[in-house]
Design a protein around this ligand. Structure first.
Ligand SMILES: Nc1ncnc2c1ncn2[C@@H]1O[C@H](COP(=O)(O)OP(=O)(O)OP(=O)(O)O)[C@@H](O)[C@H]1O
Ligand SMILES: [Mg+2]
Length: 227
């Protein structure tokens, strides 16, 4: 059995405010190295909330998040951001690329933030972007890229540091069917080839079944399901 990367134990999440909203109830989930899971569910069912808790962006109301076997729920904000920076990659529906930087610079930055020299960061970024079909777009800024090209850049940026785990929230939600399908395949092959783990949130059943394990978030609970 591969080692455990992430474990959610009895996670509950409620938002205070008018009426209060209970979003997640007693969620348990274990993700091993190299494993990918998908989470589907209706709009408002709590998929993004679950992803933010698993990726340590939000705190659960109760329950614990274990990272590589360590309970990190009570870690300080700076320790949590360091974990996020060093161990995790993120791809969202409208991934925010830095507008003043080229595709190449956007992709190389996470490496340079970790102390990799500019020259080798750029070399690695350019090889990866080339692999993703963006070899001719290295020096384009986000405004000069199509939606699909921006998402491919965002994926390159997320995987370039070989993180332990990729969190993807509707990464192809803003794309047409054909580019979505191509980017889905790219994402899965990168994750697979590099032995990364991934939690993928999607509305699209065809995308969801490309993951090894499939879950549905329904009535605040996470239920495994077969196709
Ligand atoms: N900061 C917040 N304060 C109060 N309620 C919130 C907050 N964030 C989310 N919610 C509520 O929690 C519920 C779940 O939201 P979430 O964004 O996780 O849904 P989702 O499954 O990702 O939906 P979608 O598919 O539309 O992205 C929603 O009813 C939402 O209104
Ligand atoms: Mg969402």
């Amino acid at each position: 059995m591969n080692s455990e990367v992430l474990r959610l134990e009895n996670i509950c999440k409620s938002f205070s405010g008018p009426g209060g909203v209970d979003v997640l109830k007693d969620i348990n989930l274990t993700l091993h190295k190299g494993e990918s899971i998908s989470v589907q569910g209706k709009s408002g069912s709590g998929k993004s909330t679950l992803l933010y808790i698993a990726s340590l962006i939000e705190k659960p109301t109760s329950g614990s998040v274990f990272y590589s076997g360590t309970d990190v729920t009570g870690f300080s904000d700076s320790r949590l951001s360091s974990l996020r920076r060093n161990k995790m990659g993120f791809v969202f529906q409208h991934s925010l690329l830095l507008e003043d930087f080229s595709a190449l610079e956007n992709t190389a930055l996470p490496l340079m933030n970790r102390g990799v020299k500019k020259r080798s960061a750029f070399e690695k970024a350019s090889m990866l972007l080339d692999h993703l079909g963006l070899g001719e777009r290295l020096h384009h800024r986000p405004a000069e890229l199509s939606g699909g090209e921006r998402q491919r850049t965002a994926i390159a940026r997320a995987v370039i540091t070989s993180p332990d785990i990729i969190f993807a929230d509707e990464p192809t939600g803003s794309l047409d069917e054909e580019s979505a399908s191509m980017i889905e395949d790219l994402l899965f092959s990168l994750v697979h080839d590099n032995g990364l783990s991934m939690i993928l949130v999607t509305h699209n059943p065809q995308f969801a079944i490309k993951a090894e394990h499939h879950y549905m978030l329904t009535h605040k609970e996470l239920m495994p399901y077969e196709e």
